[in-house]
Design a protein around this ligand. Structure first.
Ligand code: LLP
Length: 406
């Protein structure tokens, strides 16, 4: 991770709020999966939605990563950056027919998660190669909103409908080359990974799916967010994954490719958002540290109640006090942390909001007309401002420019 002194220097140089990413850690995290899961035909597809910083994507491309994409925009970006078309999987949901046509023209592999869409796809593009997404019927995730298996989730085809899938494929001569499932983000139990694998593998018989080239078990690998949270034993987990998959391949009669699509695992810990405390306020029961960024710039705490570690970079050894760390948006709920014990905060101290590499910048917006922070990418001894924060006047000029008169 980027050291405290360098973070402070970058805050001074480029101003806050500012995102800082460690590109070397991103690549190391990607590569570590190949060590943890020592299976010959493993392909990791980075979940681009977690962070679409161009420099990070280029570093992952150069390291050989594939991509999990979820919108036509993501596919266009992936291709513009020169990602290998064959290593891009397109797992969008609830697409318009026009969007299907647009991506079909780009010649990337569709991963289809509803029988209705599979039918329409088969009718429009008979004879295509396709991947099919099943709901693994396992419920797990960092929070309810990010559990993607089970009855409450909109994703994937029910396992009980597997024969409908086979019939549709037959009707339109679709070649099902992959089966997919994604259980959730930030899986709390490694057992869920194994159970979902078993469930998907139980469907993947040679009789039903004779053309399989791969099975894709999605993303969701967890990283610690809280200070006392244990790191998953990825060595043990990888071993079990390999054992399960090797067994499956033996039964299937072919050594298939094994795919995973992690986002958080690769980028979460490699990012930090820096913010300056502008105003301290002492209410009757709370001390409020008022920052120069708000929830549109880093939404996970407000949106999911997610915990992000906060460090006071300017006063790391200060006496511990309890704060509500609040943003600068006109909403009471605009907090990065509530009743958090931190080294004493003084006005103009710089705070680091940690684990901000995944689903932070990428879920950002400009509510209250505040620009998204700039982004710095650090690699080796280089630190580059890869995206500037838009000035207030530029932000407004762009809005006016985009406006079409009534
Ligand atoms: N594959 C599929 C089909 C997915 O839907 C997702 C995440 C991933 C892979 C990557 O999951 P990851 O390895 O990053 O956990 N915004 C939420 C997370 C939403 C994830 C949506 N899908 C958050 O901030 O916690």
């Amino acid at each position: 991770m980027v050291e405290r002194a360098q973070l402070l220097e970058l805050a001074k140089l480029y101003g806050t709020p500012l995102y800082v990413y460690d590109a070397d850690l991103v690549v190391a995290n990607y590569q570590s999966l190949y060590k943890f899961i020592p299976y010959n035909k493993l392909q990791v597809h980075y979940a681009l939605k977690a962070n679409y910083n161009i420099a990070l994507l280029k570093a992952l491309r150069d390291a050989g990563a594939g991509l999990d994409t979820v919108s036509p925009g993501e596919v266009h970006l992936a291709l513009a950056l020169g990602f290998d078309r064959k290593k891009i999987i397109f797992t969008a949901n609830n697409l318009k027919d026009e969007e299907v046509a647009e991506v079909q023209n780009l010649n990337v592999l569709f991963n289809i998660g509803s029988t209705s869409r599979l039918e329409k796809y088969g009718k429009a593009y008979p004879g295509s190669r396709v991947c099919v997404r099943f709901n693994p019927d396992v419920v797990d995730g960092e929070n309810a909103a990010t559990a993607t298996g089970g009855d409450l989730a909109k994703f994937g085809i029910l396992m009980q409908d597997v024969d409908k899938v086979v019939a549709i494929a037959k009707k339109y001569d679709l070649k099902i080359i992959g089966l997919h499932e994604h259980t959730g983000s930030g899986l709390q139990h490694t057992e869920s990974v194994f159970q979902s694998m078993k469930n998907l593998m139980s469907l993947a018989t040679k009789e039903r799916f004779p053309d399989l080239e791969f099975l894709d078990f999605g993303g969701g690998f967890k990283v610690p967010y809280k200070p006392d949270e244990a790191r998953v034993d990825y060595v043990a987990m990888g071993k079990e994954i390999c054992a399960l998959f090797n067994d499956f391949c033996k039964n299937y009669g072919k050594e298939l490719e094994l795919k995973f699509e992690p986002g958080k695992y690769i980028v979460a810990e490699a990012g930090t958002m820096l913010t300056t405390v502008n105003t301290l306020k002492f209410n009757r029961t709370r001390t409020i540290a008022g920052c120069d960024a708000g929830f549109p710039q880093l939404i996970r705490p407000v949106f999911y109640g997610a915990y992000h570690r906060i460090e006071n970079l300017s006063n790391p050894d200060g006496a511990k006090k309890v704060y509500d760390v609040c943003g600068n948006i006109c909403e009471t709920g605009d907090r990065f942390a509530e009743q958090r014990e931190l080294p004493e905060i003084r006005e103009y101290d710089v705070l680091a909001i940690c684990n901000a590499g995944a689903y932070c910048y990428s879920m950002g917006g400009i509510y209250n007309l505040r620009s998204m922070p700039g982004e710095v990418v650090v690699s080796g001894n280089k630190a580059v401002l890869t995206r500037k924060r838009k000035s207030n006047t530029d932000l407004v000029a762009e809005l006016l420019n985009d406006n079409i008169e009534l």
